[in-house]
Design a protein around this ligand. Sequence first.
Ligand code: FES
Length: 570
Amino acid sequence: MKLRSQEWYGKNDKDGFGHRSWMKNQGYPHDVFTGRPVIGICNTFSELNPCNAHFRELAEWVKRGVWEAGGFPLEFPVMSLGESQLRPTAMLFRNLASMDVEESIRGNPIDGVVLMMGCDKTTPSLLMGAASCDLPTIGLSGGPMLKGIHHGQELGSGTSLLRMADELAAGRLPLCEFLDAESAMNRSKGHCMTMGTASSMASMVEALGMSLPGNAAIPAVDARRNTLAQMTGRRIVEMVREDLPMSKILTRAAFENAIFNNAAIGGSSNAVIHLLALARRVGVPLSLDDWDRLGSSLPCLVNLLPSGEHLMEDFYYAGGVPVVLRELAEAGVLNRNALTANGRTVWENVAKAECWNRDVIRPFSHPFKAHAGIAVLRGNIAPNGCVIKPSAASEHLLQHRGRAVVFENVEQLHAQVVDENLEIDERCVMVLKNCGPRGYPGMAEVGNMPLPPKLLRRGIKDMVRISDARMSGTAYGTVLLHVSPEAAAGGPLALVQTGDMINLDVPARKVCLEVGDRELERRRAMWTPPAMPTRGWAKLYVDHVLQAHEGADLDFLVGGSGSAVPRESH
Ligand code: FES
């Protein structure tokens, strides 16, 4: 089999000399260029992305495995998106990072790829970019942090912060206590250890078959994470020799398994957008409605924050994703024959998975929560759909009619929600506009709007909230997200006014604005779109970003360009 990298290194002319000679300045001997599979280790290390800050060390373990198996590992950096640091939102750059990944792979002498992923957006951006090249590719997640402990109580990243912030706003938690928890919550290397977006995406990688079994839950600091990295390095060399590209793994069956798994783990609503975008990169038909049809009636088996009480460390000790997939398979839900990165079917990988803690991973027959997947709602306020995660919502609010209190943007929300004179009570429906892909821009995680302090002080813990934003996978509440089309694109959400009545019926999959068509037409005639960015990446993004129900990819990035070797550079 002719290796792609030999188009660079296998030539005895000016160009071959150039490609090899400059690499030799790092000390590589000549024989590494004569037929070893070249493995690109796509590393999202960055000190500005604390969740991935241990990746330089982890990459060394991958390299061990690659060398052992007869490959030639070459690590390369790509844009790293730190959810906790990047403004206005890491999601604005997911597609940009995916372009970095795609072009870095295609333009270089690479035969196979290891994707090192951790913090939320680093996983979809790497999968999307690599999928558009379609070389043999395997994922390696960085692993979750150890659980937070503060004053004897467990703290989950994100979720516990949101709860403490509510307590602080209600005057029930002293500021010194709040600040003291800061160094106790995120106390080890790794990504968020709740079942937030990072853990959901790492689980998705495993359920898709894009990693070795066990990838999602091994804590970042556990020695077995290093072992997994080494085994991943060994395996990618074999995948090159077997000519096993991503597209052989990322089939419709694999995407369905990812949806089943996301329901069973109580996974993040963000997985919806990322999976839709990834499917469109590999040409697999997948729609927003597939999420509801395939996943919404499934139970949640995993008792982890934000839906439950435990954390990723507990999930690993209980058996992790393999146990969940075995439960799904034995219930007749999983596509057992889907191929995975180790060359075996998903069923072959999980058939003997054992659960070691039934409080953390419940059996399918006695689940943690019934009907836990993503529900997709439609109505005149969201003609192309919106989503809600019922497992994180309040049961009594899933059918609700209330008066809209509208915030035109996030600045207005923050200014007005703390106003003691704001006319709002717990029956109202909070509506936030202009936070979608074009509006924010980047579709920030602001959909779980803070509740008014005057209601928090009365012990109110949840209200219906609707927006075109996303919310953190660590968040909770009766929150309708991803309203499509978004307000900034002229969707009907833009026309909602304070005082309108909104009727929510999750079981019927309906959300309706009780305003007549004629009145909506009148409002539309008076609507003016918000100002858009005029230069740079943000302009390219708003000019080309698709709506949430299509995965919020850029229109010209849908699909792939393969891994054909580009023409010579000199
Ligand atoms: Fe990086 Fe949560 S902030 S995973």
